[in-house]
Design a protein around this ligand. Structure first.
Ligand code: ZN
Ligand code: ZN
Length: 263
């Protein structure tokens, strides 16, 4: 199933009338080989970054994504493995003489930035504009139409339905397998869903393959990419993707850093 995906080298000079997804970071807060912390880059005419965990700046550079084009970030939630590189990105733009960063995120994002400003007074110069979101909010940014839904996690966390170029991508952020996110994904060309642990782990606040596969059974989704894997998932990737695919009936692969999906 891995080969159903298109792995293309990034070429920003191409005029792509499609939606390009790059998994910049498929890992979590614990270091592991080959998996940077959470970040997903979507590109239609303009790029839009979802989450910005530690390692994202390096991955952006590896993806050939210049700082000048990337001025907007959407956060699912404020856990460190999703925001660690956010201030670093704002600082990198400031140091490069670029205008400020637009940040869309859940309630608490404004306070998070304010606290950071109290530690780093020059953050004012970095000009971070914050737009706080509530579940069921819809908004448009950088040519993408977005709808936010409440995920099920240990803190307020949003999942997003993202539409551009007549394509639909849903990004779960961190969540237990929950019906709200499944409903959000109905009709999606691609669901990027977290699957933190393999079987037989039984966890709250995160997803595991059996519960996720059962949840997605009967939901019209063209393909699923699993992300946000803990080190415990190492060497269980094949069985995780097989189980989700078997139970859901949807082609499924485990994502890896720098994997591209062209829609
Ligand atoms: Zn989290
Ligand atoms: Zn996380």
């Amino acid at each position: 199933m891995r080969h159903e995906y298109h792995y293309l080298p990034l070429d920003h000079k191409q005029n792509i009338m499609s939606l390009k997804v790059t998994l910049l970071g498929t890992g979590v807060g614990i270091p592991q080989p080959g998996r940077s912390q959470a970040a997903v880059l979507l590109e239609s005419e303009l790029p839009l970054l979802f989450d910005c965990g530690a390692g994202t700046l390096l991955r952006l550079e590896q993806a050939g994504m210049g700082l000048e084009a990337l001025d907007t970030v959407v956060l699912t939630h404020l856990h460190l493995d999703h925001v660690s590189d956010l201030l670093a990105l704002a600082n990198a733009r400031y140091l490069s003489g670029l205008p400020g960063l637009d940040v869309w995120g859940p309630e608490g994002t404004e306070v998070f930035i304010k606290i950071a400003q109290s530690v780093y007074p020059n953050l004012d110069k970095m000009q971070v504009s914050v737009h706080e979101l509530l579940p069921m909010d819809s908004f448009s940014v950088k040519g993408f139409d977005l709808f936010a839904e409440e995920a099920r996690h240990s803190i307020t966390s949003l999942a997003f339905r993202i539409e551009a170029m007549d394509r639909v991508v849903v990004y779960s952020g961190d969540t237990e397998a929950c019906t709200r996110v499944a409903a959000l994904a109905a009709g999606a060309d691609l669901l990027i869903h977290e699957c933190s642990f393999p079987e037989p782990f039984d966890v709250t606040n995160h997803s595991t393959p059996r519960k996720l596969g059962n949840l997605l059974c009967g939901v019209a989704i063209k393909r699923v990419v699993l992300t946000h894997l803990y080190p415990q998932a190492q060497e269980h990737e094949d069985e995780m993707e097989s189980l989700v695919a078997e139970l859901s009936g949807v082609p499924t692969v485990v994502g890896w850093d720098m994997m591209n999906v062209i829609l």
